[in-house]
Ligand binder design. Structure first.
Ligand code: DX5
Ligand code: ZN
Length: 214
């Protein structure tokens, strides 16, 4: 069964605690936290103190998506905040394998993110050990953008590769996910769907989460 990960970037930051409780009641599985540094992507979102506050009130697991230069920098801090999953962009580090191991040794699941232009082949020697792969279906940096279809072929390829080789990574998709694009991604083999603006703008969050799971 596919899991739904609301992206808190689309929540109302003046009522963050309330939105977290409401999304949990609506059936959200995991919260997706977008960390942007104004360097790796042209936007700044929120940082460690806000993540720490979220970790105190959330009762479902947390997934940190690092859109930062030097993703090595804050792994220890995140590991102390009860984060379950953390992913970084392959372009952001010279040592993706080392960083993957370090995240795993800190007790978190490690994920690698592919931008719309980044090929699946860049992951070749990481696939046997990686916990999850995050396929970007928008260019990272902003919520509310239009779905870029090139990610769908990558989901299919990764799904076929794990079946052929008995790999056990999960496939996560992020960007422009609504009812229609969710269906396309699930059909291609995605396990985890991130959705920001579509979910938070829906009138009935429970119905919106339910529709996506179908
Ligand atoms: C984009 C972020 C996404 C974003 C998704 O850089 O990584 O997680 O919040 O938002 P929507 O669902 O609105 O595209
Ligand atoms: Zn994200």
């Amino acid at each position: 069964m596919v899991k739904i990960l609301p992206s808190l970037l689309a929540s109302d930051f003046t009522k963050l605690g309330e939105d977290i409780g409401k999304m949990e009641e609506a059936g959200a599985d995991i919260f997706h936290l977008d960390i942007m540094d104004g360097q790796f992507v042209p936007n700044i979102s929120y940082g460690l103190p806000v993540v720490e506050a979220i970790s105190r009130v959330a009762s479902i697991p947390l997934d940190v998506h690092l859109m930062t230069k030097d993703p090595e920098q804050f792994i220890d801090e995140f590991s102390r905040m009860n984060i379950s999953m953390i992913s970084f962009h392959i372009e952001a580090t010279n040592h993706p394998h080392r960083l993957m191991q370090r995240i795993q040794e800190s007790g978190m699941k490690a994920g690698i993110v592919l931008n719309p232009h980044t090929p699946v082949s860049s992951l070749q020697h990481l696939l046997p050990e990686i916990d999850f792969i995050l396929i970007m279906t928008v260019n990272p940096g902003f919520g509310g953008q239009k779905f870029i279809g090139s990610g769908v072929g990558k989901i299919r390829t990764l799904d076929a590769m794990r079946q052929e080789n008995n790999y056990d990574y999960e496939i996560e998709v992020d960007g422009g996910i609504n009812d229609e694009t969710a269906g396309i991604c699930i059909e291609a083999g995605a396990d985890l769907l991130v959705s920001g603006s579509h979910l938070f703008k829906s009138e009935d969050w429970k119905a919106a989460v339910g529709r996506m799971k179908e």
